[in-house]
Each structure stands twice: as structure tokens, then as C-alpha cells.
Write a protein that binds this ligand. Structure first.
Ligand code: SF4
Length: 213
């Protein structure tokens, strides 16, 4: 994607969805952190289904700790990798209670020190909860960035660095949501819906396909 195309590319995504939001359900920063932790290799819909019951009984780190492994497992059993996620979530709750007064820290270093929290989860929390211009590269953003040529790269970190360099500052806070939603609903993994894609005219893959072999 040419540099001059980046502005209209994001302007188009913004026009279609001026106030993009995460599709994970949460009512506090802690609930957001827990939902993102649970969302690894799981759909947002499956996470929301599980957290509806979970957050009703355990909306804080202390309450989730009190629930214990068996109680937590019974709530999140339908979410993939639930055993590992139970262990990470309880260890994270313990650290939040013991080291952060039950609150979710605001720095990348402190977030990434929490069990099960990697760069992607920290980026989501910093962006969605604290409004920082971070871009968490998940499978959708990785695919869209490479297909469009917006920020091609072989690893999520390389793509993230490319996005941080190329996404104009005034789009950076919401870029994460626009790119995820575009990948989830239009630029889908198996069959991208190029014929109804609003940003096709700036997409490298579309341009190559239009030229033909
Ligand atoms: S034109 Fe096709 S490949 Fe390009 S962003 Fe749109 S859906 Fe994805």
C-alpha cells in the first residue's frame, strides 16, 4: 500500500464505523483483562457467554480468587484451553491483590509481568481501557496488514512496528478495532469478501488479483 493511500484507507474504515468498540463484554478494567486473557484461541462470543455467569459472581480479583480453581473452571469450561486459562487467571488475580491493591496496572511492564499476559493482551488493555495508541496484532490484524500491504511482516511484532510507523496519529487509538473488525467480517481468512470490501481500491492483494496472471 502506498503511503498516500493510508489516509483514505483509514478515513473509509472510520466513516463506516466512527466509534468502533471491542466485541468482548466487560464493565471494568479487571473484567476486560480477564476477558482478553480468556479470548486466546477462542471466539469473543464464546468468551462473552462464559463471562456473563463468571462476572456475576466474581467481578473483582479478590472475588475470583475466592472462587478457586473448581469454581472458575466450572464457569469457563466451554472456552478453549480452559485449564491453562484457569491457572493463569488465578495467578494473575493473586498478583493483582498482593501487588497492585486489586487494581489493573497501567504500564506495559507491570501488565506483561502478570501470568498469561503477553504483549498482545497488554496492548489491548492499554488501548481499550486506558486509551493508549497501542495496536495489538492478533490473527485478523496480521492477515489484513499483510494482504493490504499496510504493514507487511513475517511476525506479529514486525507487523505491529510497521503499523505504529505507518498509521497516522489521529487514527492510532481506533486502528486496532477497525482492522480487527475488517478482518473478522470482510477480509476473512478463508475467503476474503473483496467484492464488497470498501477499501479494495487501496489493497495490494486486490490490485494484484485485478491485474491477473
Ligand atoms: S480487497 Fe480483499 S484482500 Fe484486500 S482488504 Fe479487501 S477483502 Fe481483504
Amino acid at each position: 500500500m502506498k503511503s498516500r493511500d493510508i489516509e483514505p484507507f483509514f478515513a473509509t474504515l472510520q466513516q463506516a464505523n466512527p466509534q468502533p468498540r471491542t466485541e468482548l463484554a466487560y464493565t471494568s478494567v479487571f473484567e476486560l483483562l480477564a476477558a482478553v486473557l480468556l479470548s486466546a484461541q477462542a471466539t469473543d462470543a464464546s468468551v462473552n457467554k462464559a463471562t456473563q455467569a463468571l462476572f456475576a459472581v466474581a467481578p473483582t480479583p479478590a472475588r475470583m480468587l475466592a472462587l478457586g480453581a473448581d469454581g472458575l473452571t466450572s464457569c469457563i469450561r466451554t472456552v478453549g484451553l480452559y485449564r491453562t486459562k484457569t491457572a493463569h487467571l488465578l495467578s494473575t488475580c493473586r498478583m493483582l491483590v498482593e501487588q497492585h491493591g486489586g487494581r489493573v496496572p497501567r504500564t506495559r511492564a507491570a501488565l506483561e509481568a502478570l501470568p498469561g499476559v503477553g504483549r498482545k493482551t497488554a496492548n489491548v488493555v492499554l488501548n481499550v481501557a486506558y486509551g493508549e495508541p497501542t495496536i495489538a496484532v492478533d490473527t485478523h490484524i496480521f492477515r489484513v496488514s499483510n494482504r493490504t500491504g499496510l504493514a507487511p511482516g513475517p511476525t506479529p511484532l514486525v507487523v505491529e512496528e510497521g503499523l505504529l510507523q505507518r498509521v497516522p496519529a489521529h487514527y492510532r487509538v481506533d486502528a486496532h478495532h477497525w482492522l480487527i473488525l475488517h478482518g473478522r467480517y470482510v477480509c476473512q481468512a478463508r475467503r476474503p469478501l473483496c467484492e464488497r470490501c470498501g477499501v479494495a481500491r487501496w489493497c495490494d492483494t486486490y490490485a494484484r488479483a485485478s491485474k491477473g496472471p
